[in-house]
Design a protein around this ligand. Sequence first.
Ligand code: ZN
Length: 316
Amino acid sequence: MLNVLDYFKIIQKSKTNLSLFFLFGFSLGLMTLANFNIAHGSHLEVNTTKISENIYLIHGAGADVILFDGTDGVILVDDQYAPVTDKMKLLISNITTNPIKFVINTHLHPDHTGGNKKLGEAGTMIISHDNVRKRLSEDQFYVFINQTVSSLSEKGLPILTFSENMTIYQNNEKIVLIHLDNGHTDGDSIVFFTNNNVVHTGDVFSDRTYPFIDIPHGGSVKGFISSLEKILLTINNETKVVGGHSGISNQTEVKNYLDMFLDVSNKINNMILEGKSLDEIIMSKPTSKYDAIYNDHSFVKPNDFIENIYAGLIKR
Ligand SMILES: [Zn+2]
């Protein structure tokens, strides 16, 4: 486990030419987040998988979306990219005639909030953590796609926000929204459908791809670890876990993800304390044990993950 003293030692050592890391968390052009590109998506198909009696997974373009259907109204968790909103609505209309009452945003990223505008304009109420509304109210620059995403107008913004937790009672279900620590971003939440025992984790967990810490938007190494720990305290061995981009997983896969994160970040932390440079750390291949599992998704490459962890540790 990383500790605060280690972070202080790192900060003492790191008054070098790492301005890019301090500013952004990683170097321009480093990330190869094709899935994140907001121009991406309009040509892609979206499709559904049934998770339980009235919960579906919508998968295809941006983030994985949960659709929870019932006579009180449809509840969505995240809403993919803007260009696929119409396709997604069409697909939903083939499943249910109930109106889309709520959308819950797990965090601010445009592959999770792109549908807000059209859905909000059509009367859907959007819910999120306070920080998501705050950030979506302003233009956001994403260094890893070198692109500014414009602020949303009032209709596309969350109108119900919370600071820690929120509970929604709809369709005979108790839905618990739990804010996590500053892990992927500073506005992360999980959405837990307690009776169905289904959880959406946002991008704090996305199996078979290395994690991504959005440092400029408040993410951190320490928060990522405590967020995964919090998820594990919430779920059990029968929970169906919907990750940000990885379909349906389970408790064991979340545990393995946390173990991998702890192992790799501890290795990198120790090497920083030994005075190793980033190049030396990359050369030592601290992720090699895991590359067969987490590097087959073309989302975050091993070296991107190493640089991302390194930047997170240096920043603290
Ligand atoms: Zn994200």
